[in-house]
Design a protein around this ligand. Sequence first.
Ligand SMILES: Cc1ncc(COP(=O)(O)O)c(C=O)c1O
Length: 374
Amino acid sequence: MMNTSMADLVIDLGALRHNYLKLRSLCAPGVRMMPVIKADAYGHGLLPAARTLAAAGADYLGVGSWEEGRDLRQEGIGLPILVLLGVLPQEAQEAVGHDLEVVLYRRDVALALDAAAGIQGRKARVHLKVDTGMGRLGVAPEEVVPFLESLKHCVHLEVLGLISHLAMADHEDKTYTYQQIGKFEEVLVAARLKGWELPLSHIANSAALLEVQASQFTLVRPGIMLYGSPPAPNRKMPVDLKPVMTFRSQVVQLKHLPPGTSISYGGTYVTPDRCDLAVVPVGYCNGYSRLFSNRGAVLIRGQRAPIRGRVCMNLTMVEVSHLGGVQEGETVTLLGPDGQECLRAEELAGWAQTISYEIYCALGTANPRRYVGA
Ligand SMILES: Cc1ncc(COP(=O)(O)O)c(C=O)c1O
């Protein structure tokens, strides 16, 4: 198989749509879905992902920053959009102006949003973040009702619901997850007793959607599974998910080396025998981690070719002695399928002791993306 470019990163929007519909089938009736497309849709491209998911029937979109929300609005995306990281007080005008819903955890931001909405003659819609055990953004559960009560005079502010995030939903042991859900429910009940309706309250990520029915509430926020990866490696999946991102390159030079030849910086690999070595024009500047050095592999002709020596900034060397007669120009698959074999993001993540999320973000943002399957 011949390839024409040095670094060909392909996003299959048909696969994204397929995964969305599979996740939809896991939702209880009436539960809305907010695909999480922050960080440039985990490196898959904010706008193409948003358009695909909107066309597939998504109810909401979850972005990271107000700038991502603005970019979607400017391209005509009309779905409700939630800014998951929240905004700074000085960004309130922009958020309200672009009709973005905002995750809230600071009183000064609430006041700024209320003021901006008053000036613009609109409502500022917010989801109040509760820290039920993630130890990240959010107010403590016992602060929720006082926080809400302190917003009573903010007449331009509408609190649509509570939001929280699960820290361990991907673990086999769900004890901590049920504790978090329990706290979330308690706070919801307490707030409702004070007259706060909070119709759109949500806590479920991919792992919870998959394995914790009680987490669904009125809306779910899956991310990673949309892009084709399980929330944790080796998880049994009740639905088949398709890989959305593939990354290919080609052999730019083929070398026949004698035993005792040192490969790449630092000489961390020295050929024990005669070696056919393929040089691949992809390195850590392409988001291909240096931690893959001497650990990872690529696919050539549907077979694994192990990485020899260190991954460089722009180049990686792989052994092809066992494949016999590999040619310059032949296709190299760094992520995705080739024949019966497939390199999944989870496997690459294992070589670098990280998670598939980081693999997608790194590759997707460092390379030009080509879209298929729209
Ligand atoms: C607030 C929030 N909700 C939902 C998600 C989606 O999580 P996942 O990709 O594990 O489904 C994320 C992702 O990190 C997040 O930060």
